[in-house]
Design a protein around this ligand. Structure first.
Ligand code: ADP
Length: 484
């Protein structure tokens, strides 16, 4: 176990500060998906609480927007440092409520802090424009201004990473924000908010609304004319609902939705590297990421070799409680997730897929699912079109480049795609033809604060991270000066 007694004390400290919630009496429980153990109760806020949070964020907006980017950056920088100072305590809390291996949780804290640092700096570069004039005595200018109060709704698979990816650019741009974290993992978000208070963000700049059921409080965010922008990460189903709800107030939207990532291994690939990439891409967070490899297409000439080496690597992955150091795969988030993943596997097996490894619940029981490899998967099986969100790898053979591009694109999703080849011409051809927002060539992990994360088609709208991520929280204002 990597945790020292001091880390545990810090973890208990953080928990004592964030739960139970202050002035709200209703509570809901948060539990550990690995053991079922109760961790804490948090405030189950209602629509009035959400409306109050929006009011506070609205009141805080003018003073926050009026600060210089450098002043905002100084507070963001302190938040970044506090997050890293509390890395182990935050990671422990994250693993307790989410289940991922502690090493991955430690990595997620660094990832989460990196967005705060990045946008603290990037906020200083929200440059406008001066356009060459179209008439004498006139000047044409473009200002970039904070859009206003932002609503953010985040998922449980990256309980801190998804929070700072939205909160940091919003605050850096001069917006204020009301955050509703996922009901399975509210503690990590509350801990980040506690550290934000320590960092010195003014009252109302970051408001957190926790609720056992999302619909009603989310409605307050989508319906309020005071909320000018909604940023959501989660399922395509809920993203579509929110998009419709935002129509009435014509809100600016960022949506990071589901994926159905193809992972393509060509005959000329470095097979060992492709196997290692597939392990990272498929089994990180027990397969519960929106950019996880969802369909492994392997060219016929290397299909058997890849399957054999991949199976050996997967078999070596230790499954168990994320808090015990050394495990590579933790539990799924809850029993509904286990039932969903198992349903996809049952359907594939009933329709003729072969099970190379796993194929059902893990011997540990509870929310643990056995790492699974299926071969002989075809498009008639649900698993070929559904987002799996679990440690299950379906392998599908293919013959030609043209065929695999068509099959890879044959989905309403368009988030991440991966392919493995050493042929430079093919690298460009395939990258340009894949209809995805993010492409990894000979890489299984692509996300970084300095690169634009986001999808096309039904995988979403907008980008997070990078210089483009700031634009999502800024409005262009055209300013013309005449009579000069
Ligand atoms: P997942 O399938 O990954 O749990 P969801 O889209 O259900 O994804 O959840 C992502 C976030 O959306 C969570 O914060 C959840 O509470 C919230 N959410 C779920 N249903 C709704 C809804 N009907 N309206 C608004 N937010 C919702």
């Amino acid at each position: 176990n990597v945790m020292t007694n001091m880390d545990r004390a810090k973890d208990a400290d953080l928990l004592a500060r964030i739960a139970p919630g202050n002035d709200v009496t209703a509570r809901f429980p948060v539990s550990n998906p690995a053991t079922g153990a109760h961790i804490a109760d948090v405030a189950d806020m209602d629509t009035e609480d959400a409306a109050r949070a929006v009011r506070r964020a609205k009141e805080a907006l003018p003073a926050w927007a009026a600060k210089t980017a450098k002043e905002r950056a100084a507070i963001l920088r302190r938040w970044h440092d506090l997050i890293l100072d509390n890395q182990e305590a935050l990671a422990t809390l994250l693993t307790r409520e989410q289940g991922k291996p502690i090493a991955e949780a430690m990595g997620e804290i660094v990832y989460c802090a990196s967005f705060v640092e990045w946008f603290a700096e990037e906020g200083k570069r929200a440059y406008g424009d001066i356009i060459p004039t179209n008439a004498p005595g006139r000047r044409l200018l473009v200002l970039r201004q904070p859009i206003g109060v932002v609503g953010a709704i985040t998922p449980w698979n990256f309980p801190v990473g998804m929070v700072t990816r939205k909160v940091a650019p919003a605050l850096a741009a001069g917006c204020t924000i009301v955050l509703k974290p996922a009901e399975d993992t509210p503690l990590s978000a509350l801990a980040l908010a506690a550290l934000a208070r320590d960092a010195g963000f003014p009252e109302g700049v970051l408001e957190v609304v926790t609720a056992a059921r999302a619909e009603a409080v989310a409605r307050v965010l989508t319906d309020s004319p005071d909320v000018r922008k909604l940023s959501f990460t989660g399922s395509t189903r809920v993203g579509k609902l929110l998009m419709a709800q935002c129509a009435d107030t014509v809100k600016k939207l960022s949506l990071e939705l589901g994926g159905n990532a193809p992972f393509i291994v060509f005959d000329d690939a470095d097979i060992d590297a492709a196997v290692a990439g597939a392990i990272q891409s498929k089994f990180r967070n027990a397969g519960q990421t929106c950019v996880c490899a969802n369909r492994l297409f392997v060219q016929a000439g290397v299909a058997d070799e890849f399957a054999a080496r991949f199976a050996a690597a997967v078999e070596a992955l230790p499954v168990g409680d994320g808090l015990a150091g050394g495990n590579a795969i933790g539990p799924l988030i809850n029993s509904a997730a286990v039932a969903k993943v198992d349903g996809l596997v049952r359907d594939a097996l009933a329709k003729g897929a072969q099970c190379v490894l796993g194929g059902g619940g893990h011997a540990l029981g509870g929310n643990f699912y056995a790492p699974t490899i299926l071969t002989g998967v075809d498009s008639a099986m649900e698993i070929a079109s559904a987002e799996i969100f679990g440690p299950v790898a379906p392998i599908m053979p293919f013959e030609t480049e043209e065929e695999v591009i068509a099959r890879a694109n044959d989905t309403p999703y368009g988030l991440a795609a991966y392919f493995w080849t050493r042929d430079l011409g093919r690298a460009w051809r395939v990258a340009e033809q894949l209809e995805y927002g993010m492409i990894g060539l000979n890489e299984g992990i692509i996300s970084s604060e300095s690169a634009p994360f986001g999808g096309v088609k039904e995988s979403g709208i907008g980008r997070e991270g990078s210089k483009y991520g700031l634009d999502e929280f800024l409005e262009l204002k055209y300013f013309t000066m005449g009579g000069l």
